[in-house]
Design a protein around this ligand. Structure first.
Ligand code: PMP
Length: 460
């Protein structure tokens, strides 16, 4: 049954229907219904515009995916031109020009050795495909079913919300409830030092985390199908920035023990850490790499799992031997999304987006440095234009604010009142501006972010 409100203005009517029928992702729905969230009707540049005409600067790139802003003429034109040709995926037995061109461009830009592109439609499906490819790869190399049936992940990992990607995730809050449904996964401790176990110095804990990678991989090498990692930054866990050399260390250990490495670049890819792909910064070539979010400039649901020749070639052979990768989604390599992806990659070059990321990353560091002495800031974490500010009641003892206070969420509400959209991860206030956002908008974002943190942490 649908709700039919009468005598309401259009925005009131939409809000009533929103509350009655739309189940929002990652949202405490009971609180949401009270909050009169803006209903966005259009966008321009880096701003969203609601029904009443209010403008909001987008400080989190939609769902961490916007790269060049909204209504970008070149991307809009590429999608419209493709609509006039064909809009449906044709990759099941056929092919399509934009999917071929995009695969070629991705292979050109990706870390060395990744030569094959398997398309899907979200970060989680790109991860699922990588996990299944790694698992099946070992079978086809002659391993027995009980061998190579385990994955290794990093504590606090987040790789998406489907059951396979949740199985290799390790965020208590999101994942605990699904425990009985998940496959077993080994976990190396996350090398973040703020909330390290008692008895460790920061340096000592870092060394311990590096040594644990070696120990866990060495002890389980013959059982491991793959090691999966978010390169450089664990995003959803609260923008946890790994110490320099950690990714390279994981690559070196996994290579030495013959364990394939899956790099999940869904969040960090497409410029967010300063390079097109985060793996570049540690000169790492993974065996499988997952891309989504920024792949189409954030416009459309196309994702990709890139694989090496070594992985791919294990799937070749007589069809009757069952070596095929029996996996595919309806929107695989959708040509509208691939056309958007090609236009987005061109804009990276033409608009020197990575240079913009470099200068905005410095600006963010400078502007947010006032928080170094804020009484309610435990840590400012930043890599490129990914920022997490951990808010606590007491920075000396790291005592958290009571969870019912929803301090991180209060930052969101305070910023929204000032015309800026941000979204926290628990009590970590997050900034994730689009890679192409102009510097003057970064300044505005910082002004509002700082004021909102002050307002949200003020204790009455
Ligand atoms: N991997 C990582 C590292 C992510 O941050 C996310 C989403 N934020 C995903 C996978 C899942 O992507 P999607 O939401 O497109 O399924």
């Amino acid at each position: 049954m649908t709700v039919e409100p009468t005598h309401l203005s259009k925005p009131e009517q939409l809000r009533a229907w929103d509350n009655a029928h739309v189940w929002h992702p990652f949202t405490a729905m009971q609180a949401y219904e009270q909050e009169q969230a803006p209903i966005i009707t259009s966008a321009e540049g880096f701003e969203l515009i609601d029904f009443e005409g209010n403008r909001y600067l987008d400080g989190i790139s939609s769902l961490w995916c916007n790269v060049h802003g909204h209504r970008v003429p070149e991307i809009d034109a590429a999608i419209k031109a493709q609509v006039d040709r064909v809009s449906h995926s044709t990759l099941l037995g056929l092919s399509s020009e934009p999917s071929i061109e995009l695969a070629r461009r991705l292979v050109e830009r990706a870390p060395a050795g990744l030569t094959r592109v398997f398309y899907s439609d979200s970060g989680a499906t790109a991860v699922e495909a990588a996990l299944k490819m790694a698992f099946q790869y070992h079978r086809q190399k002659g391993n027995k079913p009980e061998q190579r049936d385990l994955f290794c992940t990093v504590g606090n990992a987040y790789h998406g919300d489907t059951i396979g990607s949740v199985s290799v995730g390790s965020m208590e809050l999101f994942h605990r409830v699904y425990g009985p449904l998940l496959f077993r996964t080994l976990s190396c401790p996350s090398p973040q030092t703020l909330r390290r176990p008692v008895g460790f110095t920061a340096e000592g804990y870092r060394e311990f985390c590096f040594a644990e990678v070696e120990r866990i991989v060495a002890e389980n090498a013959s059982r491991l199908a793959a090691f999966i990692i978010e390169p450089l930054v664990q995003g959803a866990a609260g923008i946890l920035v790994h110490p320099p050399g950690y990714l390279r260390h994981v690559r070196e250990v996994t290579r030495r023990h013959g364990v394939p490495l899956i790099a999940d670049e869904v969040a960090v890819g497409f410029g967010r850490t300063g390079t097109l792909f985060a793996c570049e910064q540690e000169d790492v070539s993974p065996d499988l790499m997952c891309l989504a979010k920024g792949l189409t400039g954030g416009y459309l649901p196309v994702a990709a799992t890139l694989a090496t020749d070594e992985i791919y070639s294990a799937f070749l052979g007589d069809p009757s031997e069952g070596r095929t990768f029996f996996h595919g989604h309806t929107f695989t390599g959708n040509p509208l999304g691939c056309a958007a992806g090609l236009a987005s990659l061109e804009l990276f070059e033409r608009n020197k987006v990575l240079q913009n990321v470099a200068s905005n990353s410095l600006k963010l560091r400078e502007r947010l440095s006032v928080l170094d002495s804020h009484p309610h800031v435990a840590q400012i974490r930043q890599k490129g234009i990914m920022v997490g500010v951990e808010l606590v009641r007491d920075r000396e003892t790291l005592t958290s604010f009571p969870s019912e206070r929803r301090t991180g969420h209060q930052v969101t509400l305070a910023a929204r009142r000032r015309g800026v959209i941000v979204r926290p991860l628990g009590d970590v206030a997050v900034l994730m501006p689009a890679p192409a956002m102009p510097g003057e908008l970064i300044d505005r974002l910082c002004d509002v972010f700082l004021e909102s943190i002050d307002e949200a942490t003020l204790e009455s």
